[in-house]
Design a protein around this ligand. Structure first.
Ligand SMILES: [Zn+2]
Length: 207
């Protein structure tokens, strides 16, 4: 593609680094941008530049937010005794869309995946255990993805919580639940529709 101006070539390469974008889509997006008005392009660029600078992690749930604690953790109407444990911040959007969850979240930032060298220490599991130690939480909903990594992560977290419970009688009434089946196996929660996800949440079982 050496006949293309360097800027275009580089932008195509940039797009290709995004998930799910191959060379064809990358070219299409780049050429599409050429037709956008200059001010829109500048806004787009500015948003990308400030993306990470304006975003912090909530020190309670590790959601991405512009404030710490995040709006969900600082909302007194939310039930902080129920904590939904998820892999990625984007899944919060899916749960919020169901309108069926009034608790709070804990974002692990990934799942255990030995092939990619992601062990429990790379995830926010220790932080979750610390939250549990406060004794305020009554239910932990393990809402990791219904795939191999998600299941392995749920099993690991469950074991860690059980260890904690055996050492601390104050945690006796803490329940651990897992989303009901009915979610497509091997799928990402990110892509579940809100009705399916809402049902899976309502039908959660002791784990
Ligand atoms: Zn938070």
């Amino acid at each position: 593609m050496s006949f293309l101006p360097k800027t275009i070539e580089t932008l195509i390469e940039n797009f290709q680094k995004l998930p799910g974008i191959g060379p064809k889509t990358a070219s299409r997006l780049t050429f599409y941008l050429l037709h956008m008005p200059q001010f829109e392009l500048e806004n787009f660029g500015k948003n990308i530049v400030s993306l990470k600078k304006s975003v912090v992690y909530c020190s309670v749930c590790f959601n991405i937010s512009s404030t710490d604690p995040c709006p969900i953790c600082s909302d007194e109407a939310r039930d902080e005794r129920t904590v939904c444990v998820i892999e990625n911040p984007i899944e919060i959007l899916q749960f919020e869309k169901t309108g069926k969850f009034k608790g709070t979240y804990h974002v692990l930032h990934g799942a255990i995946n030995p092939l990619n060298n992601i062990g429990p220490d790379e995830l926010k599991i220790g932080e979750l255990l610390n939250r549990i130690k406060s004794g305020k939480i009554k239910e932990i909903i393990l809402a990791t993805n219904p795939n191999m990594e998600g299941e392995a992560t749920a099993m690991y977290v469950k074991r860690e919580i059980s260890n904690l419970k055996s050492q601390n009688s104050r945690l006796n009434s803490l329940k651990i639940t897992r989303l009901a089946h009915g979610l497509p196996v091997g799928a990402d929660l990110e892509f579940a529709d809100e009705i399916t996800l809402g049902r899976a949440l309502e039908g959660r079982r002791e784990f």
